[in-house]
Design a binder for this molecule. Structure first.
Ligand code: NAI
Ligand code: 13P
Length: 518
């Protein structure tokens, strides 16, 4: 059972002291580490409330999973068998004057693989809810005394009412039926490219439904064998166990046959050749969910132009972008992305495939905006890395990122993007992640350039793609085409092309004419 993390508004600050493990007491024994089975814990009245929140979080998972966990409360309280999918039974118990008893979560029919692990997670979350509740109670009773600060009663009521309104709105969405949803009808999905992100997104899909077949189409037979025998991508995501319903193949025809969707995670510069190679196996009706971010050298095309051009036909396609490091997706950590498609219905379908308690999926029709932001943030991340590699300080970094945001907005708007896209997940969200996040490959390239390393050495020592390197030159071409001046992004291309050192680039950028903000 996955429970959403506590909303930040109720996160205590500073953190409550952690309790020793096992605070829950009456836990049942786990059947095995791979874990199918059952767990037990004692509940008091407020635990029922938390268990209810937990059950609602679970309700957005697949139907078989929801039905598999059959909670029952001890006969000493309310002898009921509860439907966890809607939490109604738990709600009744939470309101009962004698609420409490023993909660047994069980997957007696062995429907959900690793159900023991999920049960364990549910109990840990209950622990956490209890701990935070206890801490909040202490803090609120001592707020006046300890810090001399407290909201007024009117403010507190307002906050509570606003929060409750949000929760009611949210409940309406969560109680919607899953029957007939894209996820329910999906049987097989193929992923083009078994690198870091293809693997991570394939695993995210596979976690949604245990009987969904996810097939990674890879080139390397050794990697293929590792994925199928060890359930691990030993090359790109070492140490992460993949769900059992993900497999790999090197055979395009076999990978694609019967797939209802194709996730495209091949680097942009290899995408044309790749798509031409698989064209004959891919039905023109199968939607491509493209996660690659960049612009093609030579044609200057975005992926939304490259796909139909390479396939020489129209193909339904959705562009999924946003701040989403592969490793964190693999770890099932909370992530937000945006699905862009002119066809709103198809964007909604993709939202339905990926949305989960750990993945939010916004929708937009602004394909150009999402694609340009996704491609250009990689170039900006190289610039941010350069500034960090040169140790120029936080002021410099913030000024650079702000300038880069303006440049991306100038170009994307000239190309017809919506201004709001820039402030969304694919714009600011991904810019913040890649310019400041340690896991960014593009930022790492920049850091090494800023420290004085040569580009060829950096590329030779890296086994993964940093799309910004190739995209930088294309951006300069687009800027010329749309008659817009992009100082920072152009300087990155100059440094990459070895015409300017990082120090010279910074000197020249700082000495550009002082201008009005635009
Ligand atoms: N890694 C990440 O955190 C994220 C990556 N992306 C984007 O996803 C795309 C893929 O990135 P990663 O998976 O990280 O790259 P990667 O470098 O980890 O893996 C690339 C994969 O593509 C395959 N490949 C390369 N050329 C190929 C060809 N000609 N034919 C078939 N397969 C080929 C490689 O064998 C490898 O499996 C990039 O456009 C990247 O910007 C997007 C969001 C996050
Ligand atoms: O696009 C990404 C995260 O959203 C990944 O960025 P890097 O390619 O710089 O690692």
């Amino acid at each position: 059972m996955l429970i959403r993390p506590l909303p930040s508004a109720v996160q205590p600050n500073p953190s409550p002291p952690s309790q020793p493990q096992g605070a829950l007491g009456n836990r049942g024994a786990w059947p095995s580490p791979s874990g199918r089975g059952q767990c037990k814990c004692r509940l008091n009245r407020s635990d029922c409330k938390y268990a209810l929140q937990a059950s609602r979080a679970l309700a957005v998972r697949t139907e078989p999973a929801v039905q598999a966990f059959k909670p029952t409360l001890g006969a000493d309280v309310v002898p009921t068998s509860l439907a966890l999918s809607n939490g109604v039974g738990l709600e009744a118990v939470a309101q009962s004057p004698v609420a409490g008893g023993e909660l047994v979560l069980s997957d007696t029919d062995d429907v959900v693989p690793e159900s023991g692990v999920l049960c364990d997670e549910a109990l840990r979350n209950l622990d956490e809810y209890r701990r935070v509740e206890a801490y909040s109670a202490t803090v609120s009773s001592s707020a006046h005394i300890s810090s001399g600060f407290a909201y007024s009663t009117a403010q507190r009521n307002q906050i509570r009412e606003s929060w409750d309104a949000l929760m009611r709105w949210s409940k309406v969405f969560r109680t919607r039926k899953l029957a007939g949803s894209p996820l329910e009808v999906a049987k097989k999905i193929v992923v083009f490219g078994g690198g870091s992100f293809g693997t991570a997104m394939g695993c995210a899909l596979a976690r949604q439904k245990s009987d969904l077949e996810v097939v990674l189409l890879v080139r390397d037979p050794y990697l293929c064998k590792d994925i199928n025998t060890l359930h691990e991508n030993t090359r790109y995501l070492k140490g992460f166990q993949m769900p059992p319903n993900v497999r790999a193949t090197t055979l395009a025809a076999e990978a694609i046959a019967g797939a209802q969707y194709a996730v495209h995670a091949v680097p942009v510069q290899s995408s044309r050749a790749f798509l031409q190679g698989i064209k004959e196996y891919l039905s023109p009706s199968v939607p491509i969910i493209c996660v690659s971010k960049g612009l093609e050298v030579g044609s200057g095309q975005m992926m939304s132009e490259l796909i139909p051009s390479a396939l020489e036909r129209k193909q339904p396609a959705v562009f999924l972008s946003g701040p989403s490091f592969a490793r964190e997706v693999m770890q099932n950590r909370p992530t937000g992305v945006v699905a862009a498609c002119k066809d709103g219905k198809l964007a909604k379908t993709v939202q339905g495939l990926f949305a989960s308690p750990t993945m939010r999926v916004n929708m937009t029709t602004d394909v150009v905006g999402v694609e340009i932001c996704g491609a250009l943030k990689n170039v900006l991340a190289i610039a941010a890395g350069i500034v960090q590699g040169m140790d120029l300080g936080n002021n410099a970094l913030a000024a650079l990122v702000a300038q880069g945001c303006s440049e991306i907005r100038w170009l994307s708007e000239k190309m017809g993007a919506k201004p709001t896209t820039m402030s969304g997940l694919s714009g600011l969200g991904d810019i913040m992640l890649t310019c400041y996040g340690d896991l960014s490959r593009n930022r790492s390239v920049g850091i090494r350039l800023g420290r004085g390393e040569k580009l060829e050495d950096i590329i030779a020592s890296s086994s993964q793609v940093a799309e910004g390197v190739a995209t930088a030159a294309v951006v300069v071409g687009l800027a010329r085409k749309y008659r817009v001046s992009l100082p920072v992004l152009t300087a990155v291309a100059q440094v990459l092309d070895n015409n300017l050192t990082a120090h010279e680039a910074v000197f020249h950028i700082m000495n550009l004419p002082q201008i009005e903000e635009a």
